[in-house]
Structures are given as structure tokens and as C-alpha cells.
Ligand binder design. Sequence first.
Ligand SMILES: NC(=O)c1ccc[n+]([C@@H]2O[C@H](COP(=O)([O-])OP(=O)(O)OC[C@H]3O[C@@H](n4cnc5c(N)ncnc54)[C@H](OP(=O)(O)O)[C@@H]3O)[C@@H](O)[C@H]2O)c1
Length: 247
Amino acid sequence: MNSNEVALVTGGNKGIGHEIVRQLATRGFTVYLGARNPALGLAAAEELAGSDVRFVQLDVTDVASVQAAVEHIEADSGRLDVLINNAGIVSEWGTKVPDITAAQVRTAYDVNVFGVITTTQAGIPLLRQSPNARIVNMSSGLGSVNLLSDLDGRLNTQGLLAYSSSKAALNALTLLYAGALRPDGIKVNAATPGLVPTDLNTEATVDRGQRTPADGAVVPVLLATIPADGPTGVFRGPSALDEVALW
Ligand SMILES: NC(=O)c1ccc[n+]([C@@H]2O[C@H](COP(=O)([O-])OP(=O)(O)OC[C@H]3O[C@@H](n4cnc5c(N)ncnc54)[C@H](OP(=O)(O)O)[C@@H]3O)[C@@H](O)[C@H]2O)c1
């Protein structure tokens, strides 16, 4: 049990993020369920009534809301041990690679890349005070440059120019934060949940997978609960911590 420890999960109102909130709360964390829409966030926290789950308004594209959320956590709990950068979007469903615009790519990067940087930067001062700080970034096999290098493979031919490249960028910044924050004892790792049919991938033409949100939450929760001498700068999943995902 991780009693007294405090976690923040972005995009916690539904999908895999909501399951991460539930599983961390079950392990004894105080969990701040970050959601951009207050009505959805409050309702999602209400679903987990009985555990220590607290809604906090947070839109990762809105620097002021992220800063306010972290200030609220500091005032309310005085600590932050775990940050899960879970919020993510796909912005180009239905558009073929040559037709995807820079604006579509920018929309995805605003959440999947710049949103992660905004939230991480805001969280670092509190995380530095934790005896065992952990950041988990929700990545994807679609962000694996290794897997994308098979031009005929499923991941390349899916043609998600914005999403795949945003998750590749996320993988790179996971490693850069891991190196830079190692002297502070902050571990930074990436997880892939596998294919989970959620509101993220409603496109009928792609394989949406058959994993449940609970399945997808397993590895991010394991990375969120590693001990102080646990790994940093690793990419794991989708089912177990000893599975090594391809960068
Ligand atoms: N599902 C899969 O197969 C799969 C595979 C690999 C990786 N992933 C990754 O897993 C993570 C969770 O995805 P999911 O499948 O659970 O998707 P989901 O059900 O669509 O949930 C996405 C969450 O992100 C939130 N969000 C979007 N934009 C946001 C913003 N600007 N600020 C704050 N929150 C925002 C959404 O809030 P709203 O409800 O307000 O939109 C929602 O809570 C994502 O990073 C995704 O890339 C998923």
C-alpha cells in the first residue's frame, strides 16, 4: 500500500486514465483526478466515491490551469509523488498522410507533447520534495521509431502522422527528462497500454483491440509504484513490467 502518497493523473475522467485513478486509489494513494471538463471530472470522481479520489480541473493545453491545479494539490495535500501524463488525443482520423496538415499535427502536439511538458514542468518543484518521485508518460507502439521503420507494417500503414510522431517525441522527452531529473531522484518512464477500444480510437477501419481499460492501466500503475531504486528511462508494456517495449 502507498498510503500518504499523492498522485496526479491527467485525463482521468474516462478511458485508461480513469482506470489508472481507480487502481492507484485501491493501492492507498490520494489521487487527484485531472479533467478539463469540471462536470465530467466531478462525475468520474463520484464514481470512485469511497476511495480518496479528488477532482482537479486541468487542461494540459492551458498553462494557467495546470499551474493552478498543482498549487491546489500543494495547498490541499502538501506533496506530489506520482505524475501520470495520460491525457492524449488523435487529431487526424480519416485523413491520409499526404493530406494531413500542420494544423492537425499542431493540435495533437498541443496535448500529447506540449501538454506533457507543461504538466511536467509545473509538477517538478513538488516532485523534487518526494522521497520517491515517479513520472509515467502514456506512450504507444505507434510512437516507436523502430516499429515505424517497417514501411509495410501495421503501425506505419495506419498512417497516423500527427499521433505517431507526437508519441515518438514523447518517447524522446521521456529519456531527456529521465537523464536530467536523475540527480533529483525523479524517475521518468513510458508505458504502452496496448490496444484498448476507447473514445480515442473510434475509427471503424482500424484494429481497436480487445484489451479493457483495466488491462491498459496495469503497466502505468506498476511504473507508478516502483521503489525508490527502481528503473528510470524505460519504456514498458503492454501487460507486464518485464516486457520491454520498442522505443
Ligand atoms: N486506447 C488505446 O488503444 C491506446 C493505445 C496506446 C496509447 N494510448 C494512450 O493512452 C492515453 C489514454 O487514452 P485513452 O485510450 O484512455 O483515451 P480516451 O478515452 O479518449 O481518454 C483521453 C483522456 O484525455 C483527456 N484529454 C484530452 N485532451 C485533454 C486536454 N487538453 N487536457 C486534459 N485532458 C485532456 C480526455 O478528456 P475529455 O473527456 O475532456 O476529452 C480524456 O480524459 C492517451 O495518452 C493515449 O494516447 C491509448
